[in-house]
Design a binder for this molecule. Sequence first.
Ligand code: C5P
Length: 221
Amino acid sequence: MIVTIDGPAGTGKSTVARILASRLGFAFLNTGAMYRAVAYACLRQDIAFEDQEAVGNVPQFLEILFSNNRLFLNGEDVTEAIRGQEVTQAASLVAANERVRQRLVELQRIVAHGVDLVTEGRDQGTVVFPDAECKFFLTASAEERARRRQRELRDKGDFVSLDDLMNQQELRDLRDETRACSPLKPAVDAAIIDTTAMSLEAVAGHLEAMILQRNVAARTR
Ligand code: C5P
């Protein structure tokens, strides 16, 4: 079974997906980390983000591997390095590149082959796994999303003002929603969940109950 969780930044997708996968005994895939890894590689190689040809070539030379909740890029553990501010903004630039998307979608489908999976991103229910059995789209107010990001950064010792984070978030949302290939939008058959006033544990519990209910209904049909 494939469960997709899409939505904009800061809606709790990756935390919820991780909790849900562990409760269901499913594998977990964080596709945002893959775009971040490509952005990190571009920054490392000094590739200009306007150079679409060069950006499109980058994934060919990358081995992206998840192991024990860590991400390895050509053997280097980049789990923390890809969470910084510069990579975060750059990720939405490389994510608009069609060839980068093609390659990462291919890898995502390979990961999903033959396993039960909870996968999160922007296009999992719309483009990558259109036949997924359970699809969710998480939302939250812009202020709550920026607060969550602020807490994540503060936990790493990085203080960024809420205003700056709201501005960066707005730019990232705009890029993700308006790009030509695989723009961020809910799948027509996704359940839309507003997480603004919920703890992420509660969101995971809610999704789990919906999946179990759905499975019971499918078995009794
Ligand atoms: O989810 P996260 O914030 O880590 O994603 C980083 C960026 O990667 C997003 O802003 C988006 O541009 C891109 N992304 C995407 N498609 C996905 C996952 C992430 O375009 N499936």
